[in-house]
Design a protein around this ligand. Structure first.
Ligand code: SAH
Ligand code: SF4
Length: 372
């Protein structure tokens, strides 16, 4: 289903596209840079704040562009380190944006590393059996503006937390595209959004600090390898053999490991830096030692870092995480084979931080309140 808003989001415009719109409306092209400066550098909350623009132009902008593609409907902070924003779009769809304040190893909770996790679709078409986002299928793609606006919401929230020293997006260490949706299934909007996030006239956030996570759309990984901006790549592997992947990730039937892994290698070769293999540990599904051994071979072959993530339970699904001792044993198997590996400690378990869960719960509550 496609959603066409009454006015397009201003956050989906590039410097070039906005300059072209101004030119067509008989305005000088330099206005585009002025407007984007107000939005991304000064974070104006209304058109009227843009005081060096003629009043008539501010009226024209208000008529043609949406300054608020999403509204914050819920902000949940977990007891540990996760801060989750539930955002409502113009068509009432819900998406999630998460701020993760991770402690640095050995330093305790100094909240020194900050990561923002953004969504790219409402729902997801890929149907991974363990994932809350995919349960109801894909509702629609997010527009580029809706993707960028999630970061504006984060900036706004951070500004409110630190009123005296305005928090810059640059004070975040990473942006990860690991929220709801399969980013490479919404390729054009994703690339346009990340171009805006990266551009000097936009949010100015370095491409090396932006990671795109994919369930394994091999042809799109190859395409991404040739983009002029060098984003980082994470691949959700979750199974080291086709047999295991087929069981839990339908995408593997379309692009099995013999197609996926060469694409990942091609990406790594084009970028000259390591990719990350994400591996959720699910009890009795992929936590056996033969999976660890095969995963170690794959990691060595594609020269990847492995991120082990204990599965977050999803209400209504049967999957569980293995006991901590088993997680650690799995990690050790990789380490002993010379693989660079991290075993993530859980974050935000108490606020349903695993992708798609907060939205799922809120949609269910809505259904109860107003049955369709
Ligand atoms: N669609 C993309 C990005 C969004 S999902 C992808 O699949 O990579 C981001 C990550 O969260 C993926 O690695 C996904 O497998 C993982 N994930 C989904 N549900 C999870 C759960 N319940 N517990 C832990 N990780 C989960
Ligand atoms: Fe979609 Fe990623 Fe969830 Fe799979 S894990 S259903 S690709 S969001």
């Amino acid at each position: 289903m496609k959603f066409t808003p009454a006015r397009p989001s201003i956050h989906g415009e590039t410097l070039e596209s906005l300059a072209a719109r101004f030119a067509a409306a008989g305005e000088p092209a330099y206005r585009a840079r002025q407007v984007l400066g107000w939005i991304y550098h000064r974070r104006a909350a209304s058109w009227d704040e843009m005081t060096n623009l003629p009043k008539a132009l501010r009226g024209w902008l208000a008529e043609h562009f949406d300054l608020d593609a999403s509204a914050l409907v819920l902000n949940r902070q977990s007891e540990d380190v996760t801060d989750k924003l539930l955002l409502e779009l113009r068509d009432r769809s819900l998406i999630e944006t998460v701020i993760i304040r991770a402690p640095q190893d050995g330093v305790g909770l100094d909240h020194s590393r900050k990561t923002i996790c953004i969504s790219t679709q409402v729902g997801c078409a890929m149907g991974c059996v363990f994932c809350a986002s995919g349960l109801a299928g894909l509702k629609r793609d997010l527009s580029a503006g809706e993707i960028v606006h999630q970061l504006m919401q984060v900036c706004r929230r951070e500004d409110a937390r630190t009123p005296r020293a305005r928090a810059e997006l640059a004070s975040f260490d990473n942006v990860v595209v690991m929220g709801m949706g399969e980013p490479l299934h919404n390729y054009d909007n994703l690339l346009r959004a990340l171009t805006i996030v990266n551009a000097e006239w936009g949010l100015g956030f370095g491409a090396r600090r932006i990671t795109i996570s994919t369930s394994g759309l091999a042809p799109k990984i190859r395409r991404l390898a040739h983009e002029p901006i060098g984003f980082r790549l994470a691949v959700s592997l979750h199974g080291a053999t086709n047999e295991v992947r087929d069981r839990i990730m339908p995408v593997n039937k379309r692009w099995p490991l013999e197609e996926l892994l060469p694409a990942v290698k091609a990406f790594a070769a084009a970028h000259g830096r390591m990719v990350t293999l994400e591996f959720i540990l699910i009890e009795s599904v992929n936590d056996g030692l033969e999976q660890a051994a095969r995963l170690a071979e794959i990691a060595a072959d594609v020269h990847a870092h492995v991120n082990l993530i204990p599965y977050n339970t999803v209400a209504g699904l049967p999957w569980r995480r293995p006991a901590l001792a088993r997680q650690q044993k799995f990690a050790r198997q990789l380490e002993e084979r010379g693989v660079s590996v991290t075993l993530r400690r859980e974050k935000g378990h108490d606020i349903d931080a695993a992708c798609g869960q907060l939205r799922l719960r809120t949609e269910k509550e809505r259904e109860k309140a107003a049955p369709a």
